[in-house]
Design a protein. Structure first.
Length: 94
């Protein structure tokens, strides 16, 4: 398992794992690069780069894949998560 930098990253990992059963999952807190931007909080944990490989993405459009992830992490989006940069692939696309 990836060494996750903070509580939100651990929660994101749990939510994504439960919803999408990924074979690969990377979560990187990118909040420091967004300091001073809209949605950035002083303590960070607002902007993340997330890469997921999951069979759940097979046959889905890019928009549908993003919707699946956003649905999975909805509690975090409702509690201060501002932005996700997503790289989403099915296993045969890696």
């Amino acid at each position: 398992m990836q060494d996750l930098p903070n509580d939100r990253a651990r929660r994101l990992h749990a939510l994504i794992t439960a919803a999408l059963a990924p074979t690969e999952l990377s979560i990187v807190d990118d909040s420091a690069r967004h300091a001073g931007h809209a949605g950035a909080a002083a303590g960070g944990q607002t902007h993340y780069n997330v890469a997921i490989v999951s069979a759940a993405f097979r046959g889905l459009s890019r928009v549908a894949r993003h919707r699946l992830v956003h649905d999975a992490v909805a509690p975090e989006l409702a509690s201060g998560l501002h932005a996700l940069a997503l790289t989403l692939r099915a296993p045969e696309e890696t």
